[in-house]
Design a protein around this ligand. Structure first.
Ligand code: AMP
Ligand code: MG
Length: 987
């Protein structure tokens, strides 16, 4: 048997890495396209290219492998003549010409190379007109990097001039070059040698230092091409910048004794910080690998992509960054020949490998009668998910954003490009400004975020009051059933009469506009009449839950200055007693849309609940907006539930259905606590719309709910997790709406349909890029309802880009008047509207974290503070902690909402006591029960010797142990049955 033999050189370290990558992709190519104007002699051009191939071995190198060899050897061949591949487009219509030329260029780039043969240089000539040609030179990235292309274009015209001048070989005039295999061998020796030890040590240190440093994470939605297909492709988005910006870039560079390359990189890092969120991350910067003059003219793959660290502080400026970039640049440049790219490092997992490359190109060159300009420069020598490639050409700057379409969508990268341009312009105009304060969102994106997605203005009866609209409805359908409870029902006429009767009475005891009246009633027809009665008297109702501790009720009454309280006895006296005259007359009271309609208390972080004041106008807007967003499209359902207690504002949107002639069905307390009973109740009474929380719905869907839920289910008050969203999608027969909004913005600010229907997925649909799934998703909360605006802003109240998370701010018709008797708190949370020209316009800072999706829908992501939702209840952990601190034996306390079992959130209090026997947990629990509503009393108490601290000395909440794992001192309320769980429950 004949022994096969192969003689050649090993691959360079860069080639080794690329060889492995290359197998999966046609992207790893280098290509330049030159626009050549003037009388071109094609045979002279072919000869010139042939001479280049002779001069540079790498242009006639074959890559050959024997069976069993993992990597090929470089075998230098004799090389053959270069033949131009011609395409004549001069006869084409102008419109076609460009497109066909582009197709040709791309095809030339991607066509497979025959590595075995060693014909690696491929040249094509596109004739656009008699004296206009495109010269297209394509090479595998294994043989050429950006500098190679630049050298090549310089040299080829020298040869061309020599050929046309006399035919003598112009290489005579050129010095010997270092051939690529010489470089490659030198690299290998250096990396293995004694003398290289120091350099290798440098990179080892860098590596440890950078270990765990993620690449930036970008939330650019994909095009739906998820999943790692073997093929690596590149998409490209491009922007051209004019001389003006480039001039500014250069001035900044000069002033800082830096370079345009560094300025553009610093801005790239800044953008990645702003859109990626991480303060520290790595970017792979291309270094040209030609530190030594000997290598300047060599051809081959010298470029190394070296991971560089970026770190940002709140007030980092471009100037600061430049100093740092230059420093790290300087040393990376110094040590670059000792850098050996790992064979596969940075290719899997861990963030998105983001790169940066810079090249500069002279403007037009002139060679005899020819003028030559660079039309395209492409070089992909590393696998990256995203790369900014800056090409400076004469007085202009081309930005090329290359991206992996399996990860990112074109639209997202287009936005990113726009953002880069916006940020760059701001940064070079104000290099001493903190980059965190520079605008990132501009142009079309700004228009979308400020205008298009918030163009919600619609007419509504803004001067009418809730009860007036109700009275109009009474006129229309007096005999229709308005309220239905287990043992009673009332028609619109009857309800109106009862409410009138109460209103007249309230008028007689001095109730009028801006007067707060407490309503402390069980869920009943009376309760609904009482609310309407208060409004009709001109007053504002204050719901008081009869179950709350007396101390809390007293505080609310005093704080609200409510002198009248409607209780069961009071009403029995009024309605049951004398059989009183029927009050058909609506009281005539001067009250308008700007008057107070209700005050609802919510948990307060400083220890006291706060009363949110909502005006009629906001309630009326909610009614009109929900009609548009939900009811109109649904054949106007007749029966809706009232499931939420009056003390939670979700009840408001259901009560408002009385303005549309619907029948409000009061869900009995028993049914609220037991999923099966609830389902039975709903179907017995043919309820068509159910209001609920995710917590309650989760329990209901765990029962056999298929086909038994009403046709419309409004789910709100807390985040919908993916598991619940999935269950909703599976549950046929109902449409689910995710409704979102704080009490301060009148119940609902946004609405989104969950699941099923096209793009309006309740949570992540699988068609989005993998980056999307990284953020914890709390469901898509849809779009702002009529007359409501939603903005996602950063700490400086600047717009954050689409896909980037920030704090949700809400403006428009739903805004509450503020917090009762709390002007400072009101000013803190209701801030001047930074983007409105309307005088006095305000935004409410929700403390919620969210982001806009490219579709214009908003996604909920969490909270910025210690406000939590447990079983639908809004709780400030600080309020519980403040209450605990009032207990004499408690020295320190932290309360957290834990979800040790998925879907089961509970409050856990961690206490440090004055001495080990100072405190009896039973006492503490009782102590809290007297101060707080039941749902705010933690279900577990843990006594710790000390609270765990972070390195910065703050309480490390994440390090608090699950109560079940604490050996002593934990006191856990026995795990609740699902029914008991609900008992404690809901809203
Ligand atoms: P409340 O004032 O009781 O309505 O509570 C408002 C807070 O509950 C919001 O600021 C959110 O944190 C949360 N919330 C309300 N609705 C939703 C929802 N649909 N998805 C996620 N969180 C919600
Ligand atoms: Mg709400």
């Amino acid at each position: 048997m004949k022994q096969e033999e192969l003689e050649g050189y090993r691959l360079s370290p860069q080639q080794q890495r690329l060889w492995r990558l290359r197998q999966h992709s046609r992207a790893f190519r280098s290509q330049c396209v030159l626009m050549v104007r003037g009388p071109l002699r094609t045979e002279a051009l072919e000869a010139a290219l042939g001479r280049l191939v002779q001069r540079h071995e790498i242009l006639r190198t074959a890559f050959r492998q024997l069976p069993g060899m993992e990597l090929p050897l470089q075998v230098i061949t004799d090389g053959g003549p270069v033949r131009l591949r011609h395409l004549d487009l001069s006869g084409c219509p102008a419109a076609d010409r460009q497109r066909r030329a582009e197709e040709y260029v791309r095809e030339e780039r991607e066509r497979p190379f025959d590595y075995e043969r060693g014909q690696v240089l491929r040249a094509g000539l596109v004739r656009l007109a008699a004296a206009d040609h495109l010269l297209v030179v394509s090479l595998p990235a294994l043989c050429a990097d950006v500098r190679t292309l630049q050298n090549l274009t310089r040299e080829v015209w020298r040869q061309y001039e020599a050929v046309t001048a006399g035919g003598e070989d112009a290489a005579a005039g050129l010095s010997e070059v270092v051939q690529y295999v010489q470089y490659s061998e030198w690299q290998h020796e250096l990396l293995a040698s004694e003398e290289g030890a120091e350099g290798r040590q440098y990179w080892r240190e860098q590596e440890t230092w950078q270990e765990g440093l993620a690449a930036p994470r970008l939330a650019l939605e994909g095009d739906g091409r998820v999943g790692e297909s073997a093929e690596y492709e590149l998409g490209e988005v491009r922007r051209e910048l004019g001389a003006e910006v480039l001039g500014q870039v250069e001035r900044v560079a000069e002033r800082q004794q830096s370079s345009a390359e560094a300025v553009l990189l610093a801005c790239w890092q800044s953008l990645l910080w702003r859109v990626g969120g991480a303060e520290e991350f790595a970017v792979r910067v291309a270094f040209d690998g030609r530190k030594y003059e000997d290598l300047y003219e060599s051809f081959g793959l010298f470029t190394k992509h070296i991971s560089t660290r970026s770190s940002f502080l709140k007030d980092t400026s471009l100037d600061d960054l430049l100093r740092r970039v230059d420093e790290s640049f300087g040393s990376a440049y110094e040590w670059q020949e000792y850098y050996a790219p790992g064979p596969t490092d940075g290719l899997g997992g861990g963030g998105d490998v983001v790169g940066y490359e810079y090249a500069s190109w002279d403007g037009d060159q002139h060679h005899g009668q020819l003028s030559v300009a660079c039309a395209e420069l492409y070089s992909c020598t590393e696998r990256q998910k995203l790369k900014l490639s800056c090409l400076r050409q004469g007085a202009g700057l081309r930005l090329q954003f290359y991206y992996d379409p399996q990860t990112y969508g074109r639209a997202g990268v287009e936005r990113l490009a726009e953002e880069y341009v916006t940020l760059l312009a701001g940064a070079v105009a104000e290099p001493e400004q903190a980059v965190g304060r520079l605008a990132v969102v501009g142009g079309h994106e700004r228009q979308q975020l400020l205008v298009e997605w918030n163009e919600t203005g619609r007419e509504y009866p803004r001067d009418k009051c809730i009860h007036q609209l109700f009275e109009e409805q009474v006129e229309r359908t007096p005999e229709a059933v308005a309220v239905l409870s287990e043992d009673e029902q009332a028609t619109y006429r009857e309800l109106n009469e009862r409410a009138n009767q109460l209103a007249h009475h309230l008028r007689s005891v001095g109730v009028g506009p801006e007067v707060v009246v407490g309503v402390c009633l069980d869920r009943s027809v009376e309760m609904v009449a009482a609310v309407l009665g208060v409004l009709k008297a001109g007053g504002a109702y204050l719901p008081l839950d009869p179950e709350y501790p007396a101390e809390r009720l007293r505080f609310m009454l005093e704080d609200a200055g409510a002198r009248v309280v409607l209780t069961q006895e009071a009403l029995t006296g009024l309605w049951g007693g004398s059989g009183g005259a029927v009050a058909a007359e609506n009281p005539a009271v001067e009250v308008s849309g700007g008057n107070l309609a209700y005050v609802i208390y919510t948990s307060g972080s400083t220890g006291k609940p706060k009363g949110v004041m909502v005006e009629h106008r906001s309630g009326v807007n909610l009614w009109a907006a929900l009609k548009r967003a939900i009811y109109e499209g649904l054949g106007e359902p007749g029966r809706v539930s009232l499931n939420a207690p009056l003390s939670f504002d979700a009840s408001v949107k259901q009560l408002l259905q009385l303005l549309s002639g619907r029948c409000v069905c009061l869900i009995p307390e028993g049914a609220r606590r037991e999923p099966e009973a609830l389902l039975r109740h709903l179907s017995e009474h043919s309820v068509e719309v159910l209001d609920t929380t995710p917590s309650q719905l989760r329990q209901v869907l765990a029962a056999d709910a298929r086909g038994r839920l009403p046709g419309v289910v409004l789910v709100g008050g807390e985040a919908i997790d993916e598991a619940l969203a999935a269950r909703m999608r599976e549950c046929g027969g109902s449409r689910f709406y995710n409704v979102y909004g704080p009490t301060e913005c009148t119940v609902d600010a946004t609405v989104g349909a969950v699941g099923g229907r096209g793009t309006e997925g309740g949570t992540e649909s699988s068609t989005e890029g993998s980056t999307e799934s990284r953020a914890e998703s709390g469901g898509v909360i849809g779009r702002p309802i009529a007359n409501v605006q939603v903005y996602v802003l950063d700490a400086h109240q600047q717009l954050v880009p689409v896909g980037v998370s920030g704090e949700i701010y809400i403006g428009g018709g739903g805004l509450a008047r503020g917090y009762l008797n709390r002007p400072e708190l009101t000013a803190e949370r209701f801030v001047p509207h930074p983007y409105s020209r309307d005088e006095g316009a305000r935004l409410y800072r929700t403390g919620d974290v969210g982001r806009y999706k490219a579709s214009g829908e908003i996604e909920y992501l969490g909270r910025v503070d210690g406000q939590v939702k447990v079983r639908g209840y809004r709780i400030e952990l600080g309020e519980i902690e403040a209450a605990l601190s009032g207990h004499a034996g408690v020295e320190q306390s932290v309360v957290v909402a834990r979800e040790d079992v998925p879907g089961q959130k509970r409050l856990v209090a961690y206490l440090v006591t004055e001495s080990s026997d100072a405190v009896n947990i039973g006492d503490v629990r009782q102590f809290l029960r007297e101060k707080l509503p039941d749902y705010m009393v933690p279900s577990a108490f843990v006594i710790l010797p000390a609270l765990p601290l972070t390195r910065r000395g703050k309480v490390d909440r994440a390090a608090l142990p699950p109560p079940e794992q604490v050996e002593s001192g934990a006191d856990i309320v026995a795990p609740r049955t699902p029914a008991e769980e609900l008992l404690a429950n809901l809203y």
